[in-house]
Design a protein around this ligand. Structure first.
Ligand SMILES: *Cc1c(COP(=O)(O)O)cnc(C)c1O
Length: 363
């Protein structure tokens, strides 16, 4: 039989044709500060507890699709009950499911770029129009009146606190106004809030505000990016709606067991988070002292820095110093910006040393 050529693009749903596989082309580097992971060593005792949990897990059985043990532990962390918690295969799955469930043609989602690129990607996949309310070019603050106007007939508003990649916290009063003055669902993405302090979380407001949804993840402060576990704190009706459309086994038995182990022992991680916060301030101060470098205050585990000739600097960091950071210099609003994950003291020193050479040479 003659081999016919296959026009996959023509067969794909039109909304999906522009997407390409996500391949960050990981190249091994000495210091990887590109993805906001927690690069600190695991606290004593945690690795052993993980091995015990893995040994006690039966791989021949399907996972609990409700993840009840994990949800109970997460609910306990937030002073609520399991009805207010849903877990996902990373926060990413939950973001997708939110747009899948509550978006769609004719329903808008409002974002405040520069922010997390996945919001716009998932919206596009779910054929959900995006209304962007760009942040201030100087300080990345959100224009409250513009946001309220855009939210007036939106299905969903997404605010990120601390924002990735700019680092700032959301204005609580603005969230209050969105809930009081619009009918939209309001998602506050708190992937990094542990580095700002639990007092900054809006999770305690969820029980009194059924349209408020808070996203959390174990990928950042909990040092479990590879495990893929995130969760939402939301009204029980939202939890049920998302529970009805999710991939039922997306959080596997190992992920549930290891996540539970970490959540129960979260006190062990507090010194690691405290060290990252201290290192963040040291890194930011070191960066600000370099010629031609500007930074913005960050409440997360990364620092956004504007550096001379950022793309070239990014390349030279990788090729000459084996240090990988994230290049945002071609993102609108982030000219010459790099996002630097806060690493260990040694990693941050390596980055500062390299940048002190490069910023001089690229000025
Ligand atoms: C990292 C991140 C997430 C979630 O990441 P997962 O690894 O999928 O849990 C969500 N929002 C923002 C802004 C992030 O940076």
């Amino acid at each position: 039989m003659a081999k016919k050529c296959l026009d996959v693009t023509a067969r794909l749903r039109p909304a999906l044709r522009a997407f390409e596989p996500y391949d960050p082309r990981f190249s091994p580097v000495r210091v990887n500060l590109s993805a906001n992971e927690n690069t600190h060593p695991l606290p004593a005792g945690l690795a052993e507890a993980v091995l015990d949990a893995v040994r006690a897990t039966s791989l021949n059985r399907y996972p609990d699709p409700m993840a009840n043990a994990l949800r109970d532990a997460l609910a306990e962390r937030h002073g609520t009950d399991r009805a207010h918690v849903i877990v996902g295969n990373g926060g990413d799955e939950l973001l997708f499911n939110l747009l899948f469930a509550f978006g769609g043609p004719g329903r808008t989602v409002v974002t405040c770029p520069p922010d997390f690129a996945e919001y716009a990607n998932f919206a596009a996949m779910c054929e959900t129009p995006v209304v962007a309310v760009p942040r201030d070019a100087e300080d990345f603050s959100v224009d409250a009146e513009a946001l309220l106007a855009a939210a007036a007939d939106a299905a969903l508003v997404i605010l990120t606190s601390p924002n990735n990649p700019t680092g700032g916290l959301v204005d609580r009063a603005l969230v209050g106004r969105l809930l009081a003055e619009t009918e939209a669902l309001v998602l506050v993405d708190e992937a990094y809030v542990e580095f700002a302090g639990e007092d900054e979380s809006l999770a305690p407001l969820v029980p009194g505000n059924p349209r408020l949804i808070v996203l959390r993840t174990l990928s950042k402060a909990f040092a479990l990016a590879g495990l893929r576990v995130g969760y939402l704190i939301a009204d029980p009706q939202v939890v049920d709606a998302l529970g009805a459309v999710r991939q039922i086994y997306s959080v596997d038995v190992l992920a549930q067991a290891v996540a539970l182990t970490f959540v129960e022992r979260r006190a062990l991680l507090a010194p690691v988070v405290a060290d990252i916060v201290a290192e963040r301030e040291r890194l930011a101060a070191g960066l600000s002292a370099l010629p031609g470098v500007r930074t913005w205050p960050s409440a997360a585990n990364f620092v956004l820095a504007r550096v001379p000739n950022a793309h070239r600097t990014w390349e030279r960091l990788r090729d000459e110093h084996s240090i990988l950071v994230r290049d945002f210099s071609s993102t609108p609003g982030l000219d010459d910006c790099l996002r630097l994950t806060v690493g260990t003291r040694e990693e941050n020193d390596a980055l500062l040393d390299a940048l002190s050479v490069l910023t001089r040479e690229e000025s």
